[in-house]
Design a protein around this ligand. Sequence first.
Ligand SMILES: Cc1cc2nc3c(=O)[nH]c(=O)nc-3n(C[C@H](O)[C@H](O)[C@H](O)COP(=O)(O)OP(=O)(O)OC[C@H]3O[C@@H](n4cnc5c(N)ncnc54)[C@H](O)[C@@H]3O)c2cc1C
Length: 437
Amino acid sequence: MTRVAIIGAGYAGLSAAVELARAGVQVTVFEAGRTLGGRARVVEKDGRRIDNGQHILIGAYTETLRMLRFLRVPPRQLITRPFTLYVPGRLDFRAANLPAPFHLIVGLLRSRQMSWADRLAVVRLMRTLKRMRYALAQDYSVSQLLADTRQTPLLCELLWEPLCVAALNTPAHEASAQIFINVLRDSLSGSASMSELLIPRVDLSELLPVPAAQFLARSGGNVNIATTVKSIEADEDVFRIVGNPFEGERFSHVVVAVGPYHVSDLLAGFPELSLLRQQVDGMTHQPITTVYLEYDESVRLPEPMIGVANSTVQWLFDRGQLGGQKGLLAAVISARGPHSELSREELGLRAHEAVEALIPRLSAPKWSTVITEKRATFSCSPSVLRPLHITPIKNLVLAGDYVQSPYPATIEAAVRSGLTAARHIVRLIKAEAATSI
Ligand SMILES: Cc1cc2nc3c(=O)[nH]c(=O)nc-3n(C[C@H](O)[C@H](O)[C@H](O)COP(=O)(O)OP(=O)(O)OC[C@H]3O[C@@H](n4cnc5c(N)ncnc54)[C@H](O)[C@@H]3O)c2cc1C
């Protein structure tokens, strides 16, 4: 009997399921929620369908893009924009439409707010990283990296620190320089398309999870929503999933693709995994708040994506210009900070003020909501210990954005971890088949 149980239908679990089904393996996915996608899912609020939080992908998300192509998701579902950092009145950096590295060099030269000291500091950082082959002997903080490479106050405030928080969801003084370097290597030092910003035109459940579930249905797989697995038990060579209505079902292999904070309870029955459970329980997490503001349809930001300086809000997105509803804006506040103490009302007010600073005489929003994911991602610090996908239990593997990876907790890390887990299981199945002949 070869049957694989996949617990969790986020981007990691669904990528694992698709990869296994492609290899002809029978899969059953269990998802506690009623919606597919996990932390990257659509939510219904007052009759509106919005994402659990504004997400951006980048051209360097090669495995996510490959998965979307495999699932025949039309490329137009992602709006592609050249790498742009626009902070009104302070910084306007746009990668030029040229092959690498000229897309960045010309972008630097054209950015009027940057002095020669700023431009040279960017070049110094990128050259230092290249010379080091993008590998640190020992990890330290992003702030330290910026200090060591003499980045200017303007670059720290408006370029590197916002990029660090956006990519690692961890403030620069706490964030891992090595993971930040990996992101810079793959996004900024590769071909121009790697640095492109890809913004979903459809909701996050519709983007990958729904096409993945449709593919699984066509391949004989099962996807069960609103089905919480309470625990996993091992019975000789098989695993039993505990939790109605699948109590007692048996599986040869299991992919645990839940968020890191749910791993420990699921695996409590395995004394061999106590170290792993300790490791995962020791991970700390960072929040992300998204404030959605619905204005009159005529309200339009000067750019679809704007960096905000001197405000609680870090980024503003104009959903209307990004293929969505006109007048709907998303204000994003990543990682822990003084804003963590603010009430929802205060956060809503600060987001409105950030928009008002760009559009004077703006009326109050017609509707707004605040979504805070308290454990949006793990804290990507230099000391974080991410577990491997393999565990001391042979046929039980982990997938998820927190599993060891060169990437921070992102959609790409989740998809890659799912693929790695699936390929590991396929290898095990083949090895078992070879020994039983
Ligand atoms: C607000 C916000 C903004 C973000 N922005 C970006 C961005 O711009 N770009 C980017 O790349 N990434 C972003 N991320 C990170 C990205 O969403 C995550 O890295 C990714 O979605 C994690 O996927 P996952 O499959 O590893 O985990 P999850 O999405 O957490 O999936 C785990 C699934 O397991 C299910 N589950 C848990 N326990 C059980 C159980 N006992 N039984 C059955 N099912 C169970 C959960 O319901 C969930 O659906 C953002 C995250 C948030 C929250």
